[in-house]
Design a binder for this molecule. Structure first.
Ligand code: C2O
Ligand code: CU
Ligand code: CU
Length: 592
């Protein structure tokens, strides 16, 4: 069934690549149409006694985002049915939310009511929950259906989130607005002298493209359907141009990158370094200081910032320029790639020009980058904010006076280290190979299969494993030196294989319990992007904490140690570039 869908998808892409100019721009609600069918869902079990019981309804709504006309969105609305009324925090006039607040050890029941015109299922990203509560797409329910989640909160204090995990529709549904935070607290974290209340703020980073009448545009044609959606403007906490009034004191920011494919390189405009106190899985042992912080889709980081000394001024949280995360033809087409001249030569000079040359871009259009050839680099430039551009995210106006302040603690909380010798396979890491089949990205050589899991994807419950994520097409030489230099578009393209043209960074996410990064092995000098791009991002990784999503740069190898405790069943692992996930860059771990 999967292959059929992929074949169909590929044909559609080809058609669009060829005839892009003839297709009128579809507006958001139209392209969301997907055959909806009813599934029963899941009912509550009598044996489960919840401490907190919540109703979450997914439906179509209108909210103010831009000046003028309201925007049609899809969003969740929450209601506490039982337990602490503070478990659900509604964000008024917003497509985001609600924020759910749980405590470690609580038993939670959530009634998800699907009032969307499409199948739906929620995944609790970062939460370690049983298979039936994890939002596997095999559990999605049709319009009008209800799915009841029951789980115990086993996470330590951390900032997690929830979003759709509907088969082939996660990207569009999340883009339509469906996402919220899950903040888990525990006693140890509560006891720490960290900023609280109004000084503990979430920042949800996203990008969107709007039509002239303020509606969301999810343009799934052309290169961004393959590279991942990148919007025209930045939206933080559901608002464009977010500006916050803050006091001259310390703050804790819980940052979620809730974008489909946008990567940020966070930095402070006043040159302050970034003080990171937490990752996906909560607080670090001690704060780490970075000149900037890379955050890819799905990831959370907690940062600490003291605004004393900035009174009366404006401080901007910005995303700085970077390179090396997108395929070389993309970066080159945008004129920011360092390999520009080399590529130009290889591709017969067609790369940088509008429309491209027949030989250079045409070839890519039919084989490499979907519609990029058909649309031309100029079309790409005009339709989105390029990956790696400099942008302002949030302006902080430091104009409130504060009498008290909380200094940065130098110890936060302990993290018991997973040790290599405790893993069952210290010398034979289980692979997560990032590859491609034509223009679809794969994991361990395969596209997603609903219930499929191979032998290397099967793990005995209650074990600790070493895993290694790497790019499967290791050596990708630009040019073997045999082609003639002048006008050798075709020859040059031949030397550069498809995998190389698609070489890009992937934020890889593993469901289940948090992992720890054991080793990050930098790309070697002759990798497809060269060292230049990597230099612009390498000081922004924080590998010291608990994580479940990690950005894997082209040519990079990541070794991680992951426990498979408590629960048997199918747990997804996938690229959190949501367009990649939807196109099949997702597989199951089978815990037995
Ligand atoms: Cu945030 Cu399987 O996803
Ligand atoms: Cu997840
Ligand atoms: Cu990916």
């Amino acid at each position: 069934m999967n292959d059929k869908i992929n074949l169909k998808r590929r044909r559609v892409l080809q058609t669009m690549g060829l005839g892009a100019a003839l297709v009128s721009t579809p507006s958001f609600p139209i392209i969301l149409k997907k055959e909806a069918f009813k599934r029963k869902g899941r009912q509550a079990t009598a044996a489960f006694a919840p401490d907190v019981e919540i109703e979450l309804t997914a439906s179509v709504a209108r909210v103010p985002i831009l000046q003028g006309r309201q925007t049609q969105v899809w969003r969740y609305e929450g209601k506490v049915l039982k337990g602490d009324p503070a478990s659900v925090v509604t964000l008024p006039d917003n497509y985001l939310g609600p924020i759910l607040r749980f405590r470690t050890g609580q038993r939670v029941r959530v009634w998800m009511k699907n009032r969307l015109p499409q199948n739906h299922i929620i995944h609790w990203h970062g939460m370690h929950v049983p298979f039936e509560a994890d939002g596997h797409p095999s559990y999605e329910v049709g319009p009008g259906g209800t799915y009841v989640y029951e789980f115990e909160v086993r996470n330590r204090a951390s900032t997690n989130w929830f979003h759709p995990h509907t088969h082939h529709a996660t990207a569009a549904q999340a883009y339509a607005g469906l996402a919220g935070l899950v903040i888990v607290e525990d006693d140890e974290e509560r006891a720490l002298p960290l900023p609280r209340g109004e000084f503990d703020l979430p920042l949800i980073l996203q990008d969107r493209t709007f039509t002239p009448d303020n509606q969301l545009l999810y343009d799934h044609r052309g290169p961004l359907s393959i590279l991942g959606f990148l919007g025209e403007r930045i939206v933080v906490n559901g608002k464009p141009d977010l500006a916050l009034e803050v006091a001259d004191r310390s703050y804790r920011f819980r940052i979620l990158n809730g974008s489909n494919a946008r990567i940020f390189k966070l930095a402070w405009s006043d040159g302050e370094p970034v003080t990171v106190i937490g990752t996906d899985g909560g607080l670090l042992e001690r704060p780490v200081i970075r000149p900037y912080l890379m955050i890819s889709p799905g990831e959370r980081y907690e940062i600490w910032r003291d605004f004393r000394g900035a009174r009366g001024r404006e401080v901007v949280l910005e995303s700085r320029e970077f390179k090396g995360t997108m395929p070389p033809p993309y970066e080159n087409a945008l004129g920011s790639g360092g390999m520009r001249d080399r590529m130009r030569q290889l591709m017969g000079g067609g790369m940088g020009r509008m429309g491209g040359s027949r030989r250079g871009m045409g070839m890519m259009g039919s084989e490499g980058m979907g519609g990029m050839g058909g649309m031309g680099p100029m079309a790409i430039l005009s339709r989105h904010l390029p990956q790696g551009s400099r942008m302002e995210l949030v302006r902080f106006r430091v104009n409130k006076k504060s009498k008290e302040n909380q200094p940065l603690p130098d110890r936060l909380r302990s993290i018991p280290r997973y040790r290599l010798e405790e893993t069952v396979n210290p010398n034979q890491p289980r692979p997560i190979a990032l590859g491609n089949q034509g223009r679809n990205f794969t994991l361990n050589g395969h596209l997603f299969e609903m219930t499929g899991a191979s032998k290397i994807e099967t793990f005995p419950v209650n074990t600790l494993h070493l895993l290694e994520i790497f790019h499967a097409h290791g050596e990708m030489k630009m040019n073997d030196g045999h082609s003639d230099e002048e006008g050798s578009g075709m020859t040059g393209m031949g030397n550069m294989n498809l995998a190389m043209m698609l070489a890009m960074a992937h934020p890889i996410h593993l469901h289940g319990a948090y992992f720890q990064i054991a080793e990050r092995i930098a790309p070697h000098g002759d990798s497809e992007h060269g060292a230049e791009g990597y230099e612009t991002v390498k000081d922004g990784f924080v590998d010291e904490g608990y994580q479940e999503t990690v950005l894997v740069m082209p040519g990079e190898r990541i070794r991680l140690i992951k426990p498979f405790p408590d629960y048997k069943g199918l747990f997804l692992y996938h690229c959190h570039n949501l367009e990649h996930e939807n196109a099949g860059m997702m597989r199951n771990f089978k815990v037995v």
